[in-house]
Design a protein around this ligand. Structure first.
Ligand code: NAD
Ligand code: UD1
Length: 330
């Protein structure tokens, strides 16, 4: 299969490219490098021994996207390209709506035009809002408190409506829980610009001494130790989930949670990181972060049943691999 990976030099996209190339797929990356570096293409080639084709193209620009689709017989698209910083989306809602909605519509339009049968979309557990855990795919979605989350829910709707008018298409809406960790080579991983917003990159920067201490956002949640509980998933397990979706999904629209089905608290994650990596993480409990939910974890039975996929790696491997990448290339 020849797969077009938009956002393929980004964090999750680059790991998925490795997984695709290692499993016999050919890969074209389309990325405008707004949040990643061209060097990632070299690193993917180093890991896999195969070099993906790379186009520096903005997915919202129809003419440039058309040139890529018209030049290659693409069998499927994985659409990772998007802006993802929740706080920034509150500051710049229009930039988020424009980039995330328009890129999805332009890519989708070209899939229809060129008869590309498979479309895999990066959605997020954030679409569940304040539902009861565990989150199940059949739940009614609750409103989100930020534009980023809204773009994910809107894209899901755009894709579903389009697929229902194009019965030859297969669309997978993959709702990621909390992707962390890195490829075991330490060559690719998560490299946020500026001070990280998410827990694991913050922890690795504290471990490295780049930041003085971690602030734990709230210890009064109704959870076993009072800190927030999340379903962290190793990015390589997530990458494997994309391959499974591409290979197994039937026609029509299919929604899958990609998580482990297990919750981990902030304090548990800190303790595991310290034990596995033999490094201290100084931390201080502060107020809750606005917009955070107490618990977020997945019911993963649908992906297991229909895709034959389950996450294999645990929290210890996530902490070990995240730290290795931070030390080598963070
Ligand atoms: P990332 O920022 O590392 O990767 C996204 C890539 O898309 C970047 O390389 C960026 O340069 C590119 N991009 C953005 N807009 C583009 C455009 N208009 N045209 C071309 N390229 C563009 O983010 P990631 O963590 O790898 O996330 C990938 C996808 O998964 C995103 O859609 C994100 O919203 C979604 N997601 C991520 C998480 C997470 O925790 N990382 C959770 C749920 C969903
Ligand atoms: C955040 C986003 C969510 C997005 C997800 C993946 C918010 C409100 N939510 O989710 O929409 O889909 O990232 O990109 O931003 N924590 C700390 N200290 C820190 C950082 C985090 O204690 O410095 C805690 C949080 O309160 C939470 C847990 O760690 O309990 C995980 O936080 P984070 O990594 O930001 O992910 P989410 O909040 O799940």
């Amino acid at each position: 299969m020849l797969i077009l990976v938009t956002g393929g030099t980004g964090y999750i996209g680059s790991h998925t490219c490795v997984e695709l190339l290692n499993n016999g797929c050919d890969v074209i990356i389309l990325d405008n490098l707004v949040n990643s570096e061209r060097e990632v293409v070299d690193r993917i080639a180093k890991i896999t021994g195969k070099r993906p084709l790379f186009y520096q193209v903005d997915a919202t620009e129809a003419a440039a996207v058309d040139a890529v689709f018209s030049a290659h017989p693409i069998d499927g698209v994985i659409h990772f390209a998007g802006l993802k910083a929740v706080g920034e989306s509150v500051e710049k809602p229009l930039a988020y709506y424009k980039n995330n909605l328009l890129s999805t519509m332009v890519i989708l339009e070209h899939c229809v035009k060129y008869g590309v049968p498979r479309f895999v979309f990066s959605s997020s557990a954030t679409v569940y809002g304040e539902n009861e855990v565990p989150f199940v795919e059949t739940m009614e979605l609750k409103p989100r408190s930020n534009p980023y989350g809204e773009t994910k829910a809107m894209c899901e709707k755009i894709l579903s409506d389009t697929a229902s008018r194009n019965p030859e298409m297969s669309v997978a809406l993959l709702r990621y829980f909390n992707p962390v960790g890195a490829h075991e080579s330490g060559l690719i991983g998560e490299k946020p610009r500026g001070v990280p917003n998410n827990l694991m990159p913050y922890v690795t920067q504290v471990a490295k001494g780049l930041l003085p201490e971690l602030r734990v956002f709230g210890s009064d949640y109704p959870t076993p130790d009072g800190t927030g509980v999340r379903d962290y998933i190793h990015v390589m397990d997530l990458a494997e989930g994309h391959l499974a979706a591409l290979e197994k999904m039937g026609r029509g629209v299919h929604i899958y949670n990609l998580g482990t089905g297990r919750g981990t608290s902030v304090l548990e994650l800190i303790t595991t990181f310290e034990q596995v990596n033999k490094v201290k993480i100084p931390y201080r409990i502060v107020d809750r972060r606005p917009g955070d939910v107490a618990e977020c974890w997945a019911d993963v039975s649908k992906a297991r049943r229909e895709l034959g996929w389950t996450a294999k790696r645990g929290i210890a491997e996530m902490c070990r691999d995240a730290w290795r990448f931070e030390q080598l290339h963070g």
